[in-house]
Design a protein around this ligand. Structure first.
Ligand code: TEU
Length: 565
């Protein structure tokens, strides 16, 4: 029995929930989450109303990068459970009408993968050409490309004297997609999971798979221009899509690092020859001054609106985007763009509405649905992420940044901010685990937790539930055009969606002081209904052109014009 909708475009009105299994729910008191823990929470997800789960990697892995370093694509990491547990999860999710989207990491493998183990130190290994090897230049690295986690992107294989490329940690070796056998292996992996009945795939850093083959040094940057949206990336995606995705009707979302709108129009073009949709990160770099993540900084509100405008208008009618604020690599949005103390509930709701009323497929990251916050760690030893520990070492030991400045930066920017265990209830360890959690839980778990949220009809949880329902009920949210009504306003983000006889206006106050905002006169306020807001007074003045907004207030207005008979 399945409750899954048969519509091949189901994902256009769907909301997808991201689970980071290590931090979701531990069924065995070992301090890390597992698949049985996920199964035990499926009814909670059903109550929230999500259509699919994106599961970050659960494959065999040494966990240097928490599973993004895969050592066997065909087996489940025993820390998470067995293949039997996975099959049970798939069946139980499907029974509840929830689909499963697997994370596929094929830009690189773990250096513990048997392909790499055979290739290392042996130029004649049949797997040597699965990876990217280069001779030294001037006795050193083949070029100056930098790893995304800090330092040079090449590591020496002492035995053969050649270097291999790793765009991420040195334990994550980049695969050589120029080699057709590698592409066949990738197809085989994806097919294995598709055959099991998995509904879709999230493709990790998929726009980095094609490197410019002369591997030049980069005079003006870190090398990314020579491998981002590279020369053969579209060709490769079409090949995989043709062989697997189209055959199995899989939904696909590609994670696109430092990409462009033009490439994303093509990756997600409506003929679906490549992918269903794309993640891009431009809107999450508004607090990276001059592109630098590793500095503590406020966000640029005007730039945020400009970026949404570019992508919402640029993808409409051409491609499809994922809508998101949070994931396992990003700090919690309520701490980042909202207010995680006095206005935590109001700002979490406002931020949810601001993104969910756009065109695309929304993603909700575990805990976002009740407003989880950054943990505000005071001690360096609390951080676990390889990127954070690498950057601390580079910036404090080699660049002279003080310990206390670096702690401020980590408190704002570390990926561990989103990876703290899920706060289920007010009991010991927030109900996440009967053992010692692998990463410290935020101190606010007695107040901020799923159980409290589910018990309170005014909580962030029920607001998200309503946002998820609205997408299924109000077609303009899926189909409408996008117009920014106040691009220069220093405090208000207001946009209009329009299609057929429906207009939808989403008005958001992004700051903690009240503000008056005047709607343009061509919006038919006399027929407006407020379909959702985060203050009791949200209904008050909707039929006026001037809207008075409280701190972090949002109002969603729907205007349905009478159609002439
Ligand atoms: O992330 C890709 C990526 O480039 C970033 O989001 C990354 O976290 C950021 O550059 C760090 O500043 C994906 C995964 O989502 C991430 O968890 C993995 O670590 C990474 O790929 C490598 O597989």
């Amino acid at each position: 029995m399945t409750l899954l909708s048969q519509d091949p475009n189901w994902w256009k009105t769907a909301t997808i929930y991201q689970i980071y299994p290590k931090s979701f729910c531990d069924s065995q008191a070992k301090g890390t989450g597992d698949i049985q823990g996920i199964i035990s929470k499926l009814d909670y997800l059903k109550h929230l109303g999500v259509d699919a789960i994106w599961l970050t990697p659960i494959y065999q892995s040494p966990m240097i990068d928490n599973g993004y370093d895969i050592s066997d694509y065909y087996s489940v990491n025993p820390d998470f459970g067995t293949m039997g547990d996975f099959d049970e999860l798939l069946a139980q999710a499907h029974q509840r009408g929830i689909r499963i989207v697997m994370d596929i990491v094929v830009n690189h493998t773990s250096t513990e993968h048997h392909w790499f183990q055979s290739a290392l130190g042996d130029k004649n290994s049949p797997y040597r050409d699965y990876y990217i090897w280069k001779d030294p230049i001037d006795g050193g690295e083949p070029n100056n490309w930098e790893s995304k986690f800090g330092g040079n992107a090449w590591e020496l294989d002492e035995k053969t004297g050649q270097y291999y490329l790793h765009l991420f940690a040195k334990e994550q070796a980049d695969l050589n997609w120029e080699n057709p056998t590698v592409r066949e292996e990738v197809k085989r992996v994806i097919q294995f999971w598709a055959k099991k009945g998995v509904d879709g795939f999230r493709l990790d850093v998929i726009n980095l798979i094609s490197k410019q083959q002369d591997f030049p040094s980069d005079d003006s940057g870190d090398g990314r221009k020579y491998y981002t949206d590279g020369p053969r990336v579209h060709e490769y995606l079409r090949e995989i899509s043709d062989a697997v995705f189209q055959k199995y009707g899989s939904v696909t979302v590609g994670e696109m690092s430092s990409t462009t709108l033009e490439h994303c129009q093509q990756y997600s073009s409506l003929d679906q020859k490549e992918l269903s949709m794309v993640f891009n990160f431009h809107h999450l770099k508004v607090d990276y001054p001059n592109g630098d993540k590793w500095t503590a900084a406020d966000f640029d509100f005007i730039q945020l609106k400009q970026i949404f405008n570019t992508w919402q208008t640029g993808l409409n009618g051409k491609g499809w985007g994922a809508l998101f604020w949070c994931n396992h690599d990003q700090p919690r949005v309520v701490s980042r763009l909202g207010n995680d103390t006095e206005y935590r509930v109001e700002s979490a709701k406002m931020l949810g509405a601001a993104i969910h009323m756009m065109q695309g497929t929304p993603y909700v990251y575990q805990g976002e649905e009740f407003g989880m916050t950054n943990p505000g760690y005071q001690d360096l030893a609390q951080y676990r992420d390889v990127e954070s520990t690498n950057m601390y070492d580079i910036m404090v030991s080699h660049q002279g940044v003080s310990h206390s400045d670096m702690m401020d930066i980590l408190r704002q920017k570390s990926r561990d901010n989103s990876r703290t265990p899920m706060q289920w209830n007010a009991t010991n360890n927030a109900g996440f685990s009967g053992g010692t959690p692998w990463l410290d839980i935020a101190n606010n778990y007695q107040e901020v937790n799923a159980e409290n949220a589910v018990a309170d009809l005014n909580s962030v949880f029920y607001f998200y539930k309503r946002l998820i329902e609205l997408r299924k009920q109000v077609p303009v949210i899926t189909d409408g055009t996008y117009l920014d009504l106040a691009p220069e306003h220093s405090q208000v983000f207001a946009y209009l969606r329009e299609s057929g006889n429906q207009q939808l206006v989403c008005i958001n106050n992004f700051y903690d002081n009240p503000v008056d905002y005047t709607l343009p006169s061509n919006i038919g306020v006399s027929q407006a209904k407020c379909i959702l807001g985060n203050y009791r007074t949200s209904q008050a003045d909707i039929q006026c052109e001037v809207q008075q907004l409280q701190p972090y207030e949002v109002r969603i207005l729907l205007i349905e014009r009478n159609v002439e008979a």
